[in-house]
Design a binder for this molecule. Structure first.
Ligand SMILES: *[C@@H]1O[C@H](CO)[C@@H](O)[C@H](O)[C@H]1NC(C)=O
Ligand SMILES: *[C@@H]1O[C@H](CO)[C@@H](O)[C@H](O)[C@H]1NC(C)=O
Length: 570
């Protein structure tokens, strides 16, 4: 009886917290303010990010095992243009080049992920450890440290060993918890003397929803209404287990931190005077970021998730909720397993209340939320279909994290914008605008008291964008994927981001405008150079045939002309 009482007292407390945090966000005043000139706290860490499958290539080199993304991308019709990450940016062979680019940007940190099947080909540690994989990450880490760039490492950026998918059903199976823990433990053992910032998972929302609910991502399963919840449940347990492993076995010696990187869009009520819309917007965020953050910080799923999924399950005639539950022991084991929170954020939605019927056939994560997502057509939308630039949403999300989870230490792990480009474009003013406005909203959030310690621009390079293949480019550096060498070229945003980093913020309007002007000036020349690249190679090919013909013709013509002139003289 007593724990139950404690829980309901806790509910009231959480509710009060939610209500007061709702006031913090100032729902009733939609004034998004003007640009704020000022600097970030001393020691603020600036970085850029990547992930293994998106950039490494070398998918079958040096004893690497298959991941679910190798297999998924090789199936026709899953990825735009049937692209694969087989070679991608060839990052596996370009450690020195890429660290060179980071130096050019003067980055303080670099965020990358370790490919589980590159280290453990089947995913099961007792089967085999691939020393060549270990060697690759050793080189990368050492080279970063030699250049005074702090490595921030993600252990799981979506590339589950295929063997674990086939044998156990991947994250549908609780056995992943132990296999992942063994992999993480191997990483702590081999790299932990040099790595001080670990993240267990990157964006588990996407793993669960797109991998096991919609099937747009590997492993491509469509287990609507149950698959995502189950996958997430095991991921949360795996995260907690790895945190405890570090805490008990490595922390004293290695003195590092273990967190998780969660992604979340911000949800803003369509009608800020309508209580139903305010609740729907809150639900949107709770079903997104809160799904993972609430168990990790408070020990259990958000109450709205338990209520909504539970009620719908009953209406469908199910005996238990489709949302699994944690035992009291599990709750206390999971609670507080986060030394810092990684936040990935790209965009915002307007949210309104919308009831979905709870027929069993149509049940899904999306209908469980009883809401509809809307966008403002005036929001800039330069690249990916889903990515609208709404900088003020970032500040709100960061404030939400502060008020909901006890003001944890935050590293922004992903923030950036893509472009849909069929031709080469290095003058990315819209990316400059996006970075400028989003980092400025982050600065305002820090002034609001949010504990943000670092920012990671997403991403260092153009790379394989999952189901979108190479059709969307998030990079600060342009990668020419048609060229076997995968050469990198700086976009204008490199120049601009570099200035933000060296000034640790925004000194004044004149200077910031100046940065922008200079960045765009330099890119137009490099743009011409790059544009001329394929043209010159094309010309070489043609000249072989054309030059002799043209030469002969001109000699003939001049002879005729000369004869004509001589005749007239006579
Ligand atoms: C991808 O592969 C499928 C199946 O072979 C084919 O029908 C489709 O046209 C391919 N798409 C492209 C863009 O090549
Ligand atoms: C998990 O894996 C075990 C061992 O292969 C298997 O017996 C069990 O059915 C799996 N569970 C699920 C939910 O797939």
């Amino acid at each position: 009886m007593l724990p139950r009482c404690a829980i309901s007292v806790c509910h009231v407390f959480v509710l009060v917290l939610c209500l007061s945090s709702a006031e913090d966000f100032d729902w009733t005043k939609n004034d998004h303010g003007s640009f704020y000139y000022g600097t970030f706290p001393a020691g603020f860490s600036w970085g850029a990010g990547s992930s293994a499958y998106q950039t490494e290539g070398a998918w079958d080199k040096d004893g690497k095992g298959l991941s679910i993304w190798d297999v998924f991308s090789h199936k026709k019709g899953k990825i735009q243009q049937n692209d694969t990450g087989d070679s991608s940016c060839e990052g596996y062979h370009k450690i020195k080049d890429d660290v060179g680019l980071m130096k050019e940007l003067k980055l303080n940190h670099y965020r990358f992920s370790i490919s589980w099947p590159r280290l453990i080909p089947t995913g099961i540690k007792s089967d085999h450890i691939n020393e060549k994989g270990i060697q690759y990450y050793n080189e990368l880490i050492d080279h970063l440290l030699e250049n005074k760039i702090t490595p921030i490492v993600t252990l799981y950026h979506w590339d589950l060993p295929q063997f674990l998918q086939e044998r156990y059903g991947g994250w549908q199976n609780i056995s992943m918890v132990n296999h992942f823990n063994e992999f993480a433990n191997l990483c702590f053992e081999r790299f932990g003397n040099r790595i001080k910032y670990w993240m267990t998972f990157n964006n588990p929302w996407s793993v669960a929803v797109e991998g096991y609910e919609t099937g747009e991502h590997a492993p491509g399963l469509r287990l609507r209404g149950t698959g995502a919840y189950k996958a997430a449940h095991h991921i949360i347990k795996a995260h907690a287990k790895v945190w405890h492993t570090y805490d008990t076995q490595w922390r004293a010696k290695q003195k590092g931190l273990v967190g998780i990187s969660l992604s979340g869009d911000w949800g803003e009520p369509v009608d800020i005077t309508n209580q139903k819309d305010i609740e729907a917007a809150e639900r949107y965020v709770q079903f997104y970021l809160g799904w993972f953050a609430t168990p990790i910080f408070h020990g259990d799923y958000p109450q709205v998730m338990k209520d909504f999924i539970g009620r719908k399950s009953v209406q469908q005639g199910l005996g238990t909720s489709r949302l699994p539950s944690f035992s009291p022991q599990e709750k206390s084991y999971i609670k507080g397993t986060c030394d810092f929170l990684g936040v990935g954020h790209f965009t915002t939605r307007y949210i309104t209340q919308k009831n979905h019927p709870s027929a069993r056939s149509s049940s899904s994560y999306f209908t469980d939320r009883d809401l509809a997502e809307l966008v403002d057509p005036r929001w800039p939308d330069p690249g990916s279909e889903w990515l609208y630039s709404v900088p003020w949403g970032f500040r709100r999300l960061l404030n939400f994290v502060k008020s909901q989870y006890g003001n944890p230490m935050i590293y922004v792990t992903e923030n950036g914008v893509s472009e849909k480009m069929l031709c080469t474009e290095l003058c990315d003013d819209w990316r400059i605008q996006y970075f400028k406005d989003y980092t400025n909203e982050m600065l305002k959030a820090i002034k609001d008291g949010v504990n943000v310690k670092g920012y990671t621009a997403w991403s260092l390079l153009d790379k394989f964008e999952w189901d979108e293949g190479y059709s969307e480019r998030f990079g600060l550096y342009y990668v020419d994927f048609r060229n076997k060498n995968k050469p990198r070229y700086p976009k204008a945003s490199v120049q601009f981001y570099k200035r933000i980093i060296s000034s640790n913020g925004f000194p004044n309007q004149r200077e910031v405008e100046n940065w922008r002007r200079k960045a765009v000036e330099t890119c137009s020349t490099s743009n011409q150079l790059l544009a001329a690249d394929p043209l010159t190679s094309h010309m070489e090919m043609v000249t072989e045939i054309v030059v002799p013909t043209v030469c002969t013709l001109s000699i003939l013509l001049s002879a005729v002309f000369l004869m004509f002139l001589l005749r007239r003289r006579n």
